[in-house]
Design a protein around this ligand. Structure first.
Ligand code: PGA
Length: 264
């Protein structure tokens, strides 16, 4: 068995409702008949239900950009995991560096979100981790990655075929147009895989986890990432707003002859 590669487009706060509807329709057309890997779009909450209706009958999946950890109550402005499921989501991004930076999301909040999402058993969390430029320049990257993983996932039980995606996104590479060197991404992914192996054991990691990369991927530089051994897919921002370029990115990753073998 081979792991299915996954490509996730985070549309962030870039599109109005009408624009989201338009782009979702274009994606549906572009990916008609596509069935090899997994492609996920993550529009703003406002547009989730409409996007879900458009995606009916297509292989494309829907994800949200954030979630709250309680299931209901007096939490003004928040949205629960069950509500996201009701809106048609199968994925949700947790702990994106933009939320850590602008909304002051901390380790505890991220951990609670992961737990709440796994409790629904219907949503796959996409947990974002990654070092800042200061952490990179002071040679603290490996420590930071392990720390972020432990804070997000320690004490979490993974059952059955529940999936967890860890997205390695060096903060300094997001939205800058400069991706990390592929060899550096491979190295970081190895560190992540080793840390996860320590926490959950190798069998769970090969069956239930995916490790993907995010940060300034485009239709040109993607080819260098496609062959990396420890990379199960991509989380993209900017290129995910351009359907033709995005489809080139997907093709570079998914048309690979072989994925990573899953050990039983
Ligand atoms: P980018 O964004 O592809 O525009 O760098 C990536 C992300 O924020 O996940």
């Amino acid at each position: 068995m081979l792991t299915k590669k996954i490509i996730i487009a985070n549309w962030k706060m870039n599109l109005s409702l009408a624009e989201t509807v338009g782009l979702t329709k274009k994606f549906k057309e572009k990916f008609a008949g596509f069935n090899q890997g997994e492609v996920v779009i993550c529009p703003a909450n406002l547009a989730l239900s409409q996007a879900a209706k458009i995606l009916k009958g297509s292989q494309l999946k829907l994800g949200a950009q954030n979630v709250f950890w309680e299931d209901k109550g007096m939490y003004t402005g928040e949205i629960s995991a069950d509500m996201l499921v009701e809106a048609g989501c199968q994925y949700v991004i947790i702990g994106h560096s933009e939320r850590r930076k602008y909304l002051f999301e901390n380790y505890e909040m991220i951990h609670k979100k992961v737990r709440a999402v796994l409790e629904t058993a219907k949503l796959t969390p996409i947990v974002c981790i990654g070092e800042t430029i200061e952490e990179k320049e002071s040679d603290r990257r490996d420590f930071v990655l392990v720390e972020q993983l432990q804070q997000a996932l320690s004490g979490i039980d993974v059952f059955g075929n529940q999936q967890i995606i860890v997205a390695y996104e060096p903060v300094w590479a997001i939205g800058t147009g400069t991706a990390i060197e592929p060899s550096e991404a491979e190295y970081a992914h190895k560190i992540i895989r080793l840390a996860l192996n320590d926490m959950f054991g190798m069998r769970i990691i090969s069956q239930n986890f995916k490790i993907i990369y995010g940060g300034s991927i485009n239709s040109k530089n993607v080819k260098k990432f496609a062959a990396l051994e420890n990379m199960d897919g991509l989380l993209v921002g900017g290129v995910g707003l351009k359907v033709d370029d995005f489809s080139k990115v997907v093709k570079s990753i998914i048309n690979l002859p072989a994925g990573r073998p899953v050990k039983n």
